[in-house]
Design a protein around this ligand. Structure first.
Ligand code: ADP
Length: 250
């Protein structure tokens, strides 16, 4: 039986008094591949920031691996690929290998020294992403696709149980995007990694994800694509055409 790996109960969140998430409740199970969709500004990134403890939650409860978030410390079990690669400083003076290795720091408490286990894990992550040959290149010299692979290698360097990605394919050309999705699929199917993927691309996410979380400040839907596509409620909310658009490629 699949265990709940993340539970969210009654989560509401406001920035300076303006509520952007209202009463979110859901349980994500081990091995799920959840596509998080919704219009711009619907609170998708905010929800992820709450999960990761980057936004302090005052209303509602979040548990990670069965532990209340306030007591949770095993952050290396969660890999995160943030949004906003366009803003990445091209002059950042670090090589691909260094960037990936830095991902190991979340495993350490003081003193934060690298060991041979860190080097091995780094080498493996570079190999898995097929970027060993560019390990000594500066991150800023890379194309968007390769840079994204390097950052994914960094998110994977601790072999996380959960991988969270915020709009990871926006800057990628279609071919690179497909191979990126294939990598995620492989991790999910063969390593059992739970994947949570934020995307604006509601028309194609059904090709990859097994569950859909549709957010618009409130949780409009959370469940499998099958349930979504057959739900008369969702037909009412989205209209038959939009519902079909989300479902037709699945
Ligand atoms: P999405 O990821 O779905 O586009 P966000 O979670 O980024 O949505 O944003 C939800 C709402 O919160 C938006 O109205 C946005 O303008 C607002 N918001 C996001 N971050 C901040 C912030 N740091 N301070 C104030 N408002 C914010």
């Amino acid at each position: 039986m699949q265990v709940d790996i993340i539970t969210i109960e009654g989560l509401s969140f406001a920035y300076q008094g303006t509520e952007v998430l209202h009463d979110i409740n859901c349980a994500i199970k081990e091995g799920d591949y959840v596509g998080v969709v919704g219009p711009n500004g619907s609170g998708k990134s905010t929800l992820i920031r709450c999960l990761l403890g980057l936004n302090r939650v005052v209303q509602g409860k979040i548990s990670l691996f069965g532990t209340p978030q306030s007591a949770f410390s095993a952050w290396d079990r969660i890999g995160f690929l943030p949004q906003g690669l366009q803003l990445f400083n091209p002059n950042f003076p670090a090589t691909v290998e260094e960037i990936v290795k830095l991902g190991r720091l979340s495993k350490k408490s003081f003193p934060r020294r690298f060991t041979s286990a860190d080097s091995t894990a780094t080498t493996q992550a570079l190999e898995r992403m097929g970027i060993s040959s560019i390990r000594n290149k500066l991150i800023g010299e890379l194309s968007g696709g390769l840079r994204q692979r390097a950052l994914l290698a960094r998110a994977l360097v601790n072999e996380p149980d959960i991988l969270i990605l915020d709009e990871p394919t926006t800057a990628l050309d279609p071919e690179t995007r497909e191979s990126f999705y294939a990598t995620l699929q492989d991790l999910n199917a063969n390593k059992g990694t739970t994947v949570i993927l934020i995307t604006h691309d509601s028309a194609t996410i059904g090709l990859y994800a097994s569950k859909l979380l549709y957010l618009d400040k409130k949780m409009i839907f959370f469940g499998s694509f099958g349930e979504f596509c057959q739900s008369p409620n969702m037909t009412e909310v989205f209209g038959p055409q939009n519902q079909h658009l989300i479902c037709h490629r699945h």
